[in-house]
Design a protein around this ligand. Structure first.
Ligand SMILES: *Cc1c(COP(=O)(O)O)cnc(C)c1O
Length: 427
C-alpha cells in the first residue's frame, strides 16, 4: 500500500506550497545525507534544506546536546533576555569563528529567518548613513519580506510584493555583461556622475555566490573591487551569507578567500546547526547603533537553536570539515564538466563554487526534468535561476565519498535519460 498519501496536503494546505510539488512524497525520517518517506523509500539529499542542513540531518552530537537540554528543562524561549544557552553560543562563536579570523563583530539576533537579518541590515545601514538608497545586484536573492524583496532580482518574487519596491538600484553582478569585466567601472561611473540619477547609497548588498539566482559565483577580485567602491564613498558593505555561509563554499564565511571585511554580515539557514531557526546580523562595532528594542522580534531567543548552533561550531575547531568540502568540491567540479562534455545535447555551462555548484542548461525546462528524474531515482535536488535553468547540487558538507558517489551516479543516470529524450528544445 502506498502510504505516501498527499491528499491532506492537496486539500488543506495553501496553493503557495512549492517543494512538495517537486518532491511529492511524505518524508518521515532523516539521518546524515539520507531521508526516508513513509514507504521507507530512501532518498539521497542533494538539497540540504536549501542550505539550512549543511551538517546533514540529525547529527549525533547535536541531537545528544538537545536531548540533554530538554531533559534538564532548559529555557526554550527567552526573547533577548540573557540565557545560559545564548551566553555559551556567543562565547563559542567569538572563540571559534570570529577571533581566529581576526573579525570583530557585535552579534545581533533578529527574528530567526534569513529575510529578517536582511531587513535588520538594511535598516541599520540606513540609520548609520542617513541615506535611503541601497544598491543590489542582478539575480540577487535576499528574502521575501518587502525590504528584502526590494533588493531581490527575480521578477516573479518581486511581483508578489503587491506594492512598488523602492529605495534600491540594481547593478550588474560580476560577469553579468559577459566577457567585459566592466561591471565595476559601470557602477563607479553611475555612482560618481551627477547626471546618472543614482543617489549615493547607504549600502551595497550582495551574495558572493548567488544561491537562488543561478549559482553565479563572483570572482575574488570583483569582491575586492566592490569593497573598494564602498570604502571610497562611505558606503556600508553588507554580505548576505545566509546561503553561501556556514561552510557551504569551503570556508566558514564565503568571503574569506577574498580577504574582505564587510561592515555587516547576514547569517541564517545553517547557523542553527540542525535546521533549527536562527539568524545573526554581524555588525562592525562602530555601526552598532540601534536603540534597545529598535529592531525587535518575539522569536529572537530560540534557545534550542543556540544549543545546536554551539555544538555545530565544534566542526570548526580544526580544518577537517573545510578540507572535506574543498576536496569534494573539486570532485563535483570535475564530474559536472564531464557531464557537460559527455552530453552536449544538454547545452550546459558549469556554475558556482564549493558545495554550491550546478549546470545551467540552455535547453528549456531541462533542469526541471533532470531534477524530476533524480527524484524518481531517489535523489533530492532543486533548480535555481530566473528561469529555473540551473540544476543545483547542494549535498550536506559533511557527506562522505560513498554518499557523494551514489548521488552523482543517480544524477548522471537522470542526465542521460533526459538527454536521450525527444523534443529537447533550445531556448
Ligand atoms: C534563503 C535566503 C534568504 C532568506 O532566508 P529565509 O529564512 O527564507 O527568510 C536570504 N538571503 C539568501 C542569500 C538566501 O539564500
Amino acid at each position: 500500500m502506498n502510504q505516501n498519501d498527499l491528499s491532506i496536503f492537496n486539500e488543506r494546505e495553501s496553493e503557495v506550497r512549492s517543494y512538495v510539488r517537486g518532491f511529492p512524497t511524505v518524508f518521515h525520517k532523516a539521518k546524515g545525507y539520507k531521508l526516508w518517506d513513509l514507504d521507507n523509500t530512501e532518498y539521497i539529499d542533494f538539497f540540504s534544506g536549501a542550505g539550512a542542513l549543511n551538517y546533514g540531518h540529525n547529527d549525533d552530537n547535536m541531537k545528544q546536546k538537545l536531548l540533554e537540554y530538554i531533559q534538564e528543562d532548559g529555557i526554550t524561549h527567552s526573547l533577548d533576555m540573557a540565557s545560559k544557552a545564548k551566553g555559551e553560543f556567543l562565547k563559542k562563536f567569538h572563540e571559534v569563528i570570529l577571533k581566529p579570523r581576526n573579525l570583530d563583530y557585535k552579534v545581533m539576533f533578529p527574528g530567526p529567518t534569513g529575510t529578517n537579518t536582511v531587513e535588520s541590515a538594511l535598516k541599520l545601514a540606513r540609520k548609520v548613513t542617513g541615506r535611503t538608497n541601497v544598491i543590489s545586484f542582478t539575480n540577487g536573492f535576499h528574502g521575501m519580506t518587502i525590504g528584502a524583496l526590494s533588493v531581490t532580482g527575480n521578477a516573479f518574487k518581486r511581483k508578489g510584493a503587491g506594492v512598488p519596491l523602492q529605495h534600491s538600484v540594481t547593478m550588474p553582478f560580476d560577469n553579468y555583461i559577459q566577457n567585459t569585466s566592466q561591471e565595476i567601472e559601470y557602477m563607479e561611473r553611475l555612482l560618481d556622475d551627477n547626471g546618472s540619477g543614482v543617489d549615493t547609497p547607504a549600502a551595497i548588498i550582495l551574495e558572493t555566490v548567488q544561491g537562488e539566482g543561478g549559482l553565479n559565483a563572483a570572482r575574488m577580485e570583483w569582491l575586492q573591487s566592490v569593497e573598494k567602491v564602498c570604502r571610497k564613498r562611505g558606503i556600508l558593505l553588507i554580505i548576505d551569507d545566509v546561503q553561501a555561509g556556514v561552510g557551504r563554499t569551503g570556508t566558514f564565511f564565503s568571503f574569506e578567500p577574498a580577504g574582505i571585511k564587510p561592515d555587516i554580515v547576514c547569517l541564517s539557514k545553517s547557523i542553527g546547526g540542525n535546521g533549527s531557526p536562527l539568524a545573526l546580523t554581524l555588525i562592525h562595532p562602530e555601526y552598532d547603533v540601534f536603540e534597545p528594542g529598535e529592531h525587535n522580534g518575539t522569536f529572537r531567543g530560540n534557545n534550542m537553536a543556540f544549543v545546536t548552533a554551539t555544538e555545530a561550531l565544534n566542526y570548526w575547531t580544526d580544518d577537517r570539515l573545510e578540507k572535506n568540502v574543498q576536496e569534494k568540491s573539486e570532485k563535483i567540479h570535475k564530474f559536472l564538466n564531464d557531464m557537460i562534455q559527455k552530453y552536449p545535447q544538454i547545452k550546459g555551462t558549469h556554475r558556482g563554487r564549493g558545495f554550491m555548484q550546478g549546470i545551467a542548461s540552455e535547453v528549456d525546462g531541462l533542469a526541471d526534468k533532470v531534477a524530476a528524474k533524480c527524484f524518481e531515482h531517489g535523489l533530492i535536488m532543486e533548480t535555481a535561476g530566473p528561469d529555473d535553468e540551473v540544476f543545483k547540487l547542494f549535498p550536506p558538507i559533511t557527506i562522505d565519498d560513498e554518499g557523494l558517489d551514489k548521488g552523482l551516479a543517480i544524477l548522471e543516470k537522470a542526465i542521460e535519460e533526459v538527454a536521450k529524450g525527444k523534443n529537447l528544445v533550445t531556448s
